[in-house]
Design a protein around this ligand. Structure first.
Ligand SMILES: [Mn+2]
Length: 376
């Protein structure tokens, strides 16, 4: 028996040879092995090197004044902050989680199967700025840091002479972080309509949610839209999408929501309207205005996004959300975010971070497809 098996082993070894591929010409790919064994390509970063969103180049966007910074048109920036949540913490690791979920996405293989377009290789230079450094011990200080980070990144120079202010896609972070982004868009672009994808209204009066404890506690992930309205950052042409969570006061919360400038598409409305009906309602509401799109990942059903701070069942699927987002093409999107991603609650299959990475890509796509001139 021993002799027989040894014979088979050596016979197999004698037959082993290198597979010879046909010559490759006029075609490049990021799959290193196709360049051949003699001259393997190690220039492409996919699954290697330090992680950026969608393997985009890293730029030190927060460099001090006077330091030369590479120009860019659209910036990804993380906001690792989660001390404004009312339920499960963990979104401070959201930016890293979303980058992890985006490893598969890469500019050299980014042609959309639905549109044939590649928004990562279009006119816009898109970069990852890393995360804003935020203290985890003081919310007020952290939000001031984030205000400043947005201010600096949006003040950098662009590659395009016509579109002179870079736009930012923020990776959260709990939803409080959107307040800083809205302050920065207001400064650059004036008041915006907000399309707010969320299961919660997030316009709670600080007196109702947290503010009974202290003024400081009233600034949180359920009140930031109320505060944005009070600060005059947003227009009375805003709209929620995907709402299904209960409110705290029987009538007061919804009345206050209207006062803050919001209409509402509820989660179950999609059963009647379909995705196109939802798209039409959102576009009609914000028509003719500059738009900020905020996506709380809890707009998705927990089956599609378990890793978030305040899960609510009965939500939309990832496919429905992506169809709706892509359907918003043509709007003047001046800022956007995907927030409330808390990777510690994710499945082993990275369900939530994969979804969040794809949402961020859709948001980038909207910005690329509609360049926006800065108002005089
Ligand atoms: Mn929210």
């Amino acid at each position: 028996m021993l002799c027989a098996s040894s014979f088979l082993f050596f016979a197999a070894l004698a037959g082993a040879r290198e597979i010879v591929f046909p010559p490759v010409s006029g075609y490049t790919t990021d799959q290193a092995i196709l360049r051949g064994y003699n001259d393997p390509d190690i220039s492409q970063p996919k699954f290697a090197g330090l992680m950026t969103y969608a393997n985009l180049p890293y730029v030190h966007c927060l460099a001090a004044d006077g330091e030369e910074v590479e120009r860019f048109d659209i910036a990804i920036m993380g906001a690792p902050f989660d001390t404004g949540v009312t339920a499960r913490p963990g979104a401070r690791f959201g930016p890293a989680g979303i980058r992890q979920g985006s490893r598969r996405i890469t500019p050299t293989a980014g042609w959309d199967i639905y549109t044939g377009e590649n928004v990562l290789l279009d006119w816009a230079k898109i970069v990852d700025c890393g995360d804003a450094p935020l203290t985890f011990l003081d919310n007020t200080a952290a939000l001031k840091q984030l205000d400043k980070a947005h201010k600096i990144v949006s003040s950098k120079r662009t590659t395009a002479s016509d579109y002179t202010t870079p736009r930012i896609v923020t990776l959260g972070g709990d939803h409080t972080t959107t307040l800083s982004a809205l302050r920065s868009t207001f400064e650059r672009w004036g008041p915006v309509s907000v399309i707010h994808f969320d299961s919660h209204i997030d316009t709670w009066d600080p007196k109702v949610l947290g503010g009974g404890i202290s003024h400081y506690a009233g600034v949180n992930h359920g009140t930031f839209l109320h505060i944005a309205h009070e600060e005059g950052l947003i227009r009375n042409t805003s709209i929620h999408a995907g709402i299904r969570a209960p409110v705290i006061r029987p009538k007061g919360d919804v009345r206050n929501d209207l006062r803050c400038g919001f209409e509402m598409v509820k989660a179950r409305d999609i059963d009647r309207l379909g995705t196109q009906g939802v798209i039409d309602r959102l576009k009609k509401r914000v028509a003719g205005t500059k738009v900020y799109i905020s996506v709380d990942i809890d707009v998705l059903d927990p089956a599609f996004a378990p890793a978030t701070g305040t899960s609510e069942v009965g939500g939309w699927s990832t496919r429905e959300l992506l169809t709706i987002l892509d359907g918003l093409e043509g709007l003047e999107v001046v800022g956007a975010d995907v927030v409330e991603v808390a990777p510690v609650y994710d499945s082993a299959g990275e369900t939530t971070v994969l979804a969040a990475a794809e949402v961020a890509l859709s948001l980038i796509g909207l910005m690329v497809k509609k360049p926006v001139i800065v108002p005089e």
